[in-house]
Design a protein. Structure first.
Length: 595
């Protein structure tokens, strides 16, 4: 530990001298108020400390004391349903102690030390068993939705189980087991602390082959993300980044959601904090918060804490992944984190990179996203867990050449490009189908083929080709008008309109339309494609274009999104109507020609 004095203050950056023995990324307590800071640079006996709290009122000469520990958080039962700030201080507890405003220097533990949990031991364990890191000692019913698996933490060496867990009601500080290793007896509790910048250990990573089903048709059908995958949502103000992330939190098939509000506007985060506790998990009917952790670090809170909030969120997510759960981290937005890095870099007088961002911006973003994946967790049972990351990016003016967007695109495999023009036209989700992409198609192709429908890929590819052709035809229509197009091209425009308005457009407020199962998604798109193919065959047989454009079945296709998921036979009826009405058009034309 080191004991120094402040010699310089520059906003959230503190320079202290007399810090011999201090280490990089060691936590320090600044002044008598004991503000939390982290050492980010060392020069001789001088330490440069980013402070995660407001530094106004501090002056040179005040003391700085290191703690000998890295920035770490509590991991154990009680994380779910919690709302934390960037350094894992529960906002509810702070409110009870200090009122509406966060008092500087307030020190509240991340987990309640007095709350008692009913612990159920693993029945397969007995004294004398060989235990390794990650083995499950027992379970705690953390919420009605989630069983919290109490594991041997990485902070304890594997060895011989000297005292096996017993059934009972414990606080997280009570000793539940003892493990003997190298002649030393180690006590195991239901919680432990872990440094947020250090990825938690795993056995190995495996190939992600199952999609993270979101119920959003434009995502699942055209640009899917795998469980354990990475995605980014860049877009201008008002394009719907936050709403897309809310939909993912509510509807995706992840077991645990960790939502990180990193530097977003305070009133926007307030809406999240007010809405989330009232949301109902549609799969279980229970409150969504029972499988959610919220981390709030708004734009009016200390800028340096944005970095801590991102690492806090990903560490909590890794902890639940290690239990064998599918976890999704939703970060809104990584641009504000990058802006915080730029501010701290400027105060450190580092050489700026593109647009003033530090040269290490790409590596920091890569370190964050690379903590995702489908993994074989530590432990003798070789259970598997996944950690998916979806990061929103807020480039100035929606400029996708922004360094944060470009650095993110180099490491993520799914790009959902939000377009302000679509948002202006009230087309939501406003994900552009010509500029977005997913690199998981090859990994997920076999899942869709075997679990949904054999010709899933054929239908999806045909729809994408039609949308691309529509874009090309629109340029031609602007020059010569729609009447100059051939009948086949007119049919392409009409089919693409069905894809855009009746398939890609989705309402988050309609109970039938907010979420669509994979089988229903396939049937919706298949109906549109079958109509297109039938119209093409009819044109070859000289059916009149006017009749094909005015088919009564088009009205039913416009309403097919409201077909209930327990009545998918309705799609067979629509397909039958298509066949019958197309046949009538061809027959009517032949009768007219004969007359």
């Amino acid at each position: 530990m080191a004991d120094g004095r402040i010699v310089k203050i520059s906003g959230p950056l503190i320079v202290a001298e007399g810090m011999e023995g201090a280490r990089m990324f060691e936590v320090a307590r600044v002044s008598d108020r004991e503000l939390i800071g982290e050492i980010i640079e060392l020069h001789g006996d001088q330490a440069y400390i980013q402070v995660y709290e407001d530094t106004s009122g501090l002056g040179p000469g005040e003391k700085v004391v290191t703690t000998g520990q890295s920035l770490s958080i509590d991991l154990g039962p009680g994380l779910l349903e919690s709302i934390y700030d960037g350094i894992q201080r529960p906002l509810d507890d702070i409110y009870e102690q200090a009122g509406h405003f966060i008092t500087r220097g307030i020190n509240v533990p991340g987990l309640d030390r007095k709350r008692r949990f009913d612990f159920i031991p693993n029945p397969d364990l007995k004294e004398g068993d060989e235990i390794i890191v990650g083995d499950i000692l027992g379970e705690v019913k953390e919420t009605e939705l989630i069983m919290h698996r109490v594991m041997v933490p990485p902070t304890v060496k594997g060895g011989i189980l000297k005292k096996k867990p017993e059934k009972g009601t414990y606080t997280i500080e009570d000793v539940i087991a003892e493990i003997e290793a190298d002649g030393e007896v180690q006590e195991v509790r239901m919680f432990h602390r872990w440094p947020v910048r250090t990825p938690r250990p795993i056995t190995r990573k495996t190939l992600p082959v199952k999609p993270l089903v979101t119920g959003q048709r434009v995502i699942d059908m055209f640009f899917p993300i795998s469980q354990g995958g990475t995605a980014t949502i860049p877009g201008p103000f008002g394009a719907g980044k936050t709403v897309v992330q809310h939909q993912l939190a509510k509807w995706s098939d992840a077991n645990i959601i960790v939502y990180v509000g990193c530097g977003e506007r305070g009133n926007e985060m307030t809406d999240v904090l007010q809405e989330f506790p009232e949301l109902i998990d549609p799969k279980t009917g229970r409150p969504l918060m029972e499988r959610t952790v919220l981390i709030a670090n708004t734009s009016n809170m200390p800028v340096a804490a944005r970095e801590a909030s991102v690492y806090t969120g990903i560490t909590i997510a890794e902890y639940y992944r290690d239990m064998g759960y599918d976890v999704a981290v939703l970060a809104d937005s990584t641009s504000r984190w990058a802006e915080a890095m730029r501010e701290m870099s400027g105060r450190l007088e580092e050489m700026p990179g593109e647009e003033g961002y530090p040269a290490y911006l790409p590596s920091r973003l890569a370190e964050f996203y690379e903590r995702s994946g489908k993994v074989v967790c530590s432990g003798s049972d070789e259970r598997q867990g996944t950690l998916s990351i979806v990061g929103a990016v807020s480039p100035p003016g929606g400029d996708l050449s922004d360094p944060v967007v470009q650095a993110t695109l180099k490491v993520v495999k799914v790009f959902w490009s939000l377009e302000d023009q679509l948002a202006f036209e009230r087309h939501f989700p406003a994900i552009g189908w010509l500029s977005s992409y997913s690199l998981y198609h090859d990994n997920l192709r076999e899942y869709f083929r075997s679990e949904v429908e054999e010709d899933w890929e054929d239908v999806r590819t045909t729809a994408m080709i039609l949308l691309q052709k529509e874009s090309e035809l629109k340029e031609l229509v602007r020059l010569v008008g729609v009447d100059s197009l051939s009948s086949s091209d007119r049919i392409i425009l009409e089919t693409s309109k069905h894809i855009r308005e009746d398939f890609l457009h989705q309402s988050a407020f309609d109970p039938e339309d907010a979420y669509t199962r994979l089988d229903k998604q396939f049937l919706m798109l298949k109906v549109i494609i079958e109509l297109h193919r039938a119209c093409e065959r009819a044109i070859e047989k000289k059916a009149p274009l006017r009749k094909l454009l005015e088919l009564p079945v088009r009205e039913r296709i416009a309403r097919m999104k409201y077909i209930k998921e327990d009545d998918l036979a309705g799609f067979d009826v629509i397909l039958g109507d298509i066949t019958a009405q197309i046949a009538d058009s061809i027959t009517e034309n032949r009768v007219g020609e004969a007359e």
